[in-house]
Design a protein around this ligand. Structure first.
Ligand code: MN
Length: 303
């Protein structure tokens, strides 16, 4: 579920500005192929590269059969894995070997370099997100956390599960290097009014069913960008639905994303590409039966 980023997802330059408060901007996701599986990519998009420090959202499924993502490297980001159905085995170069199931969180912090592989069996439905690490931590070593149980809180006609950050006094124990939040919403028919931080921007992604935010009806494959300046958002569901609310203070560091790397400069990515391609030890070893991924050359390195 860890799809490479290409220039089809995001140009090199950061998007400028944020919509005014109370605007809702609905962005269409893009269909991408990740290891032979059809995925909806909601971030990055050309018009919106980040929501807070959230910089990548891939929605896989529902009802995808099997998954085999061979060892591949990351730098400068955290991977957040969240399942609605099925199970995925995570293995990484720290020696972690962890099965994740619905309701649980896998959080891998790459720092200056980590590698991992993901194998899923049976029917899968889930999402993988990346969080950009700030300069304060992105050169640190890698880490991995598994949270088998996460805090939940009732909000109107929804049960909110807090993956990262906090909501209405329910605080996740997951590491976070910026002030971002990530919440899963299991909605029943009716309304949930979620409290927001006016200084943060937010995005809503629907994973199952459909919801309405103001005049906009959203189903899977679209991201509603809510901007900053709100202290709450009402979400209406006509029946059972699942969604994720992602938020955080606008990420003010320049980002350069290429393949599985989140960096600041082309030189950093060129060096990561060299290290992975030459297997010089920076990313360590993953004990996996799957073949390691071959990295494409960065476009600026061609010719
Ligand atoms: Mn990955």
């Amino acid at each position: 579920m860890s799809g490479p980023v290409s220039t089809d997802d995001a140009p090199g330059a950061p998007a400028a500005g944020h919509p005014e408060a109370c605007d809702v901007e609905v962005l269409e996701g893009r269909a991408v192929d990740v290891g032979g599986l059809a995925v909806r990519r909601l971030l990055p998009r050309r018009r919106r590269r980040t929501v807070g420090a959230w910089c990548f959202v891939d929605h896989l499924g529902p009802a995808v059969a099997g998954l085999g993502i061979g060892p591949h490297p990351h730098i400068g980001l955290q991977t957040v894995t969240w399942l609605l159905e099925g199970a995925v085995l995570h293995r990484d170069s720290l020696g972690s070997e962890q099965v994740i199931r619905p309701g649980q969180l896998n959080l891998m912090t790459a720092g200056r370099g980590v590698a991992h592989a993901e194998e899923g069996a049976g029917t899968l439905h889930g999402v993988q997100l990346w969080v950009a690490q700030p300069s304060a931590t992105r050169d640190d070593g890698p880490a991995f956390e598994h949270h088998a149980v996460l805090p939940q809180v009732e909000v109107g006609e929804a049960v909110a599960t807090v993956l990262v950050g906090s909501l209405l006094g329910a605080a996740s124990g997951a590491r976070r290097d910026t002030d971002h939040t990530g919440v899963d919403l299991a909605l029943r028919a009716g309304r949930a009014v979620l409290p927001l931080d006016p200084a943060s921007e937010y995005g809503l992604v629907v994973l199952e069913g459909s919801v309405a935010v103001g005049p906009h009806r959203l189903g899977p494959g679209r991201l509603a960008y809510l901007g900053t300046g709100r202290d709450e958002v009402p979400i209406d569901a006509g029946g059972p639905a699942r969604a994720m609310l992602l938020g955080g203070r606008p990420f003010d560091e320049p980002l350069l994303m290429w393949w599985n790397y989140v960096a600041r400069t082309p030189a950093e990515i060129t060096e990561a590409h060299r290290a992975w391609t030459e297997g010089d030890g920076r990313f360590g070893q993953v004990r996996s039966p799957l073949h390691p991924m071959t990295a494409p050359a960065p476009p600026w390195a061609a010719g």
